[in-house]
Design a protein around this ligand. Structure first.
Ligand code: IFM
Length: 480
């Protein structure tokens, strides 16, 4: 792909030296089950997501990750695409069961080899790999033994992590233990809408606790192995606002904040549980040994923040245990997933992390939007102005955070490719790159070009009116 026009790069030098320095990581993110396809190839073990998606009635139209973006067979082409898009970094996840089909024990050399080659391919194109060890596809063999509710899983996870550190630790500079543990427990163990599909007020807090123990044990294994890179955790954060000044709504907002935003970070950074949680869960809340809370408080090298929207909350007795519900902001711009577009809240959340948890280095490890794209690619074009504007406004928030001195070191667009949006199937398209699922053709959208213009102008193109940014993106596309 051609570079941004010289006149644009020259005339828009960064206005503030703090904006986006050299070394700021500009990337895009994906996850294994969402893009790879071939879930059982070459000796891979079945995952909970494979099972869940193949259970009738669990996902939209019964869609599965069997083919997805066929990335397992097209990785070289996809790395070529990233290089063509000028990406500096790529965040991807490992399918645990490709490497350890039973979750533990014998290593599957073919599965490990796939990731080994992927890392080498990325490095050969100058793209920094950021590896997530767990993005929701638990080996089914471990689920059969209780999955995240079995206390032994902390050890199983650290064993698996150690296999990966030994195999790739010489080349991977950044590791993430878990992606969005809140989603794992809320969607997977409380609401039953994600794998493994349980609905249990008793299981959810146990799964949350053992996820955090697993995270901490993997961090300790990483440090004990003396690996050269950095390791952190990725959480999804969502500022919560009350729907009204009714005290009941204000309390519901505090509970929602404790449940979603503080449940994972307070233990990791402060070694404590938010006091609202035992109250909310009542008799279902287990008593965890103090020693385990202390163990969870293991220093991380960085925190990854996934940000998509805020939540406006009202009191709702029919929705236990949090007793709160989202109030849809009907007059706001919302994405196809129904999420309000609210870039100000990205800045709020970054300020909140710094204030509450101190000066930890932060990466925005996911940010993006599903919008309805044109139904087909015409003349090689997929115009997605709403997504361009989403990135433009959210990257302004990122720039502002840097100007305020927040130690924000990178940004990863979600997602590189349109992909399998879990239980929502393939209808939700988040990609910078359009995927034609019938032919597997990849076509970069306007947003892929606009993202490049923004990067190559050191962020200065964020100040362009949307129409001008779209024109600059189109100019790049036409020369590509
Ligand atoms: O697709 C997901 C991803 O797997 C985790 N974070 C949110 C994305 C959009 O829903």
């Amino acid at each position: 792909m051609a570079e941004a026009p010289q006149k644009l790069r020259g005339s828009h030098a960064p206005q503030d030296p703090r904006d986006f320095p050299d070394g700021f990581l500009w990337g895009a993110a994906t996850a294994a089950y969402q893009i790879e396809g071939s879930p059982l190839a070459d000796g891979a073990g079945e995952s909970t997501w494979h099972r869940f998606a193949h259970t009738p009635g669990r996902t939209a139209n019964g869609e599965t990750g069997d083919l997805a973006c066929d990335h397992y067979r097209r990785a070289p082409e996809d790395v070529g695409l990233m290089a063509r898009l000028g990406l500096g970094a790529y965040r991807f996840s490992i399918a645990w069961g490709r490497v350890l089909p039973e979750g533990r024990g014998a290593i599957n050399a073919a599965g490990l080899g796939f990731y080994d080659r992927l890392v080498d391919l990325l490095l050969s194109r100058g793209i920094t790999p950021l590896v997530t060890l767990y993005h929701w596809d638990l080996p089914a063999a471990l689920d059969d033994r209780g999955g995240w509710c079995n206390p032994d899983i902390a050890h199983w996870f650290a064993e698996y992590a150690t296999v990966m550190f030994r195999a790739l630790g010489d080349r991977v500079p950044m590791w993430v233990t878990l992606n969005e543990p809140w989603v794992v427990t809320d969607a997977g163990y409380l609401c039953g809408v994600h794998a493994p599909g349980h609905r249990s007020v008793h299981e959810a807090p146990r799964a949350a606790h053992h996820l955090l123990r697993a995270h901490a044990e993997a961090v300790r294994a990483f440090r004990a192995g003396g690996h050269p890179g950095q390791i952190g955790l990725v959480v999804n954060l969502e500022p919560k606002d009350p729907a009204s000044d009714d005290p009941a709504d204000i309390e519901a907002t505090a509970r929602s904040d404790a449940y979603m935003n503080r449940q994972y970070l307070d233990p990791v950074f402060h070694g404590v549980t938010p006091p609202e949680l035992p109250d909310m869960f009542g008799g279902a809340w287990p008593v965890f040994p103090d020693r385990e809370l202390e163990e969870i408080r293991e220093r991380v090298d960085f925190l990854g923040v996934n940000y998509y929207t805020r939540g406006v909350m009202r009191h709702d007795e029919t929705n236990p245990p949090v007793r709160a519900s989202h109030v849809p902001q009907v007059q706001a711009l919302r994405t196809e997933t129904g999420w309000e577009v609210h870039p100000e809240s990205l800045l709020r959340v970054l300020r909140w992390v710094r204030e509450r948890y101190g000066p930890v280095p932060i990466y925005v490890t996911e940010n993006g939007a599903a919008f309805r794209d044109p139904p087909s690619v015409i003349d090689g074009r997929v115009d997605d102005p709403l997504r361009v504007d989403y990135f433009r406004t959210h990257l302004r928030a990122v720039r502002q955070a840097r100007r305020e001195g927040i130690d924000l070191r990178g940004y990863f667009a979600w997602s590189l490719l349109d992909n399998y949006e879990w239980a929502a199937g393939y209808a939700m398209r988040f990609g910078l790159v359009h995927v034609d699922y019938a032919t597997q053709a990849r076509t970069p959208k306007s947003s892929a070009y606009a993202y490049r213009v923004i990067r190559e102008t050191g962020g200065a193109a964020l100040d362009l009116p949307l129409g001008e940014l779209l024109r600059a993106a189109e100019e790049l596309r036409a020369r590509d």
